[in-house]
Design a protein around this ligand. Sequence first.
Ligand code: 25A
Ligand code: L14
Length: 344
Amino acid sequence: MKKYRVTVVGATGAVGLEMIKMLESRKFPVKSIKFLASKRSEGKKLIYKNKDLPVELLTKNNTKNTDIALFSAGVEVSKEFAPIFVDNGSFVIDNSSAWRMDKNIPLIVPEVNPHDLKKDKKLIANPNCSTIQMVIALKPLHDFAKVKRVIVSTYQAVSGAGQKGIDELKDQVKIWRNIEDKKRLEINPNKKFYYPIAFNLIPQIDIFTENGYTKEEMKMTNETKKIMGDSSIEVSATCVRVPVFRSHSESIWIETEKHISSEQAKELLSKASGIELLDRPEKLKYPMPLFAENTQVTYVGRIRSDISTKNYALTFWVVSDNLLKGAALNAVQIAETLIKNKLI
Ligand code: 25A
Ligand code: L14
């Protein structure tokens, strides 16, 4: 089997570390591997296959001799360096939002639109975490009954905001019990989030746009249309940060063109790739973020027909590890699909 030279950019971040683990645990055909990050992490050691490898500073000098670069270092780094890697002959799979809505750049969830990958489109965007787990669940339902409209509320883990988000919740939980009630409203030691996140919910992820939705919410609207290849699907999202470390949850309502019963939906979802149906309410079985952590599937449950309308509508609950299927795993699966489809 052919092997590839792989570079991870943003290797020390919450997503970068998971990318490295996924490459190893999924036995990706790695010929050589390089870890790049900012000055803060230069010289730090990361482990790959029981070996310590140093993290190098990302500069133009180490953008060569790579076949596949996995990026998770934010928008600015991607804008500057992804095109340089591509010019030097590499595929780039970018986890930031920098390129996702660019018409010439494929935005890929392998279970949904692998056919959008092309040999000559070497810069590939990895979708937003909340979008990935939603479209995985929508796809089989859309193929059967055509989804017209989606209303979704998300419950997003703090790890979506990187290692600093995780640290902020941990620190707040530690100090919470030692301070008096009225002071608790003020604690916010690291300030990744606008308000305390311990024992709270924050109905804002990313910044607000002119129409009153946040950027995160508009990503779900726009990216869904692009990945599903159907601009007629309307999506209204409300994205909320919750005090959960890992795994995003979503309450999703869909209206379809054709009738689809909850039993049919369960049947379709149980057969779809990447999905595990977890819908046995009588046995108290439904998806939860605590149990989705570190798993590689998207869980769907609580599937039911909407009793409030005569239109064809279903509602359900979707949970997935935001750092894995929502980011690192999907990126590695894109690379695997390039190989499987002989595009690299
Ligand atoms: O714009 P976007 O697309 O929304 O993405 C913005 C950020 O969101 C995270 C990721 O942060 C990204 O940088 N992210 C993106 N997509 C995500 C997704 N789907 C996502 N998170 C979850 N799900 P992150 O903290 O996880 O990772 C940051 C990584 O990027 C490296 N990096 C940053 N700037 C860089 C760069 N690499 C090269 N050149 C640059 N200019 C970053 O490396 C990290 O690997 P680092 O060396 O800056 O950080 C290493 C460690 O240091 C911690 N740290 C960060 N800031 C500080 C700090 N420590 C002390 N003081 C600081 N001020 C980091 O937490 C990391 O552990
Ligand atoms: O567009 O939960 O991938 O803060 C990554 C971080 C979306 C928001 C992206 C978070 C962002 C996410």
